[in-house]
Design a protein around this ligand. Structure first.
Ligand code: GDP
Ligand code: MG
Length: 164
């Protein structure tokens, strides 16, 4: 069957916006309220002649005991377990936060290939200095992306397909 790519990250970094951009539809709800994507949502994608499924997940807040947040976390864990490649989405505007490091550690433990997306890099050209701190997550080269404008999604897809 088709390989599966899971989009994970904490709430509000732009996972659903990226998902919609990659599948070219608006299947997933984008919202300013963190944690709106409660269920996993699947879409189909094709790049460089490779077909794969993409799954959008609710945000991960590893430290929380809240019931909804912990359900979102289990959903994300299920998606991670079923994924061939995982895209960790982060946000250039906040920089690296503790939750990003927690999720990165969780993903490294999964042993699956991870592609690191630094979202909301809306300005074209060389990324801002804050971009380089994302190397500290230990997930290899981060890819600057603007999911709203679509900048960088080609580079992201190249790296996803390389890891399939
Ligand atoms: P999710 O919770 O990770 O799924 O995040 P959403 O996709 O719902 O987006 C959260 C907010 O970030 C929304 O207001 C989006 O419009 C905004 N957003 C997402 N991607 C970008 C981007 O590339 N640039 C900017 N400026 N805003 C973005
Ligand atoms: Mg979402």
């Amino acid at each position: 069957s088709k390989p599966v790519v899971a989009i994970v990250g904490r709430p509000n970094v732009g996972k659903s916006t990226l998902f919609n951009k990659l599948i070219g539809e608006r299947l997933s709800i984008v919202d300013d309220v963190p944690g709106v994507t409660r269920d996993r949502i699947y879409g189909e994608c094709e790049w460089s002649g490779r077909k794969f499924s993409i799954v959008d997940t609710g945000g991960i807040e590893p430290a929380s005991n809240d019931i909804i947040l912990s359900q979102m976390r289990s959903q994300a864990q299920l998606a991670i377990d079923a994924a061939d490649v995982i895209v960790l989405v982060t946000d250039i505007r906040t920089g690296v936060v503790a939750t990003d490091s927690d999720i990165a550690a969780m993903l490294l433990k999964s042993g699956r290939p991870v592609v690191l997306c630094v979202n909301k890099c809306d300005t074209v050209g060389s990324p801002p200095p804050e971009f380089y701190e994302f190397y500290n997550l230990g997930l290899g080269d981060p890819i600057p992306v603007s999911s709203v404008h679509g900048h960088g999604t080609g580079d992201l897809l190249d790296l996803i397909v390389k890891n399939l």
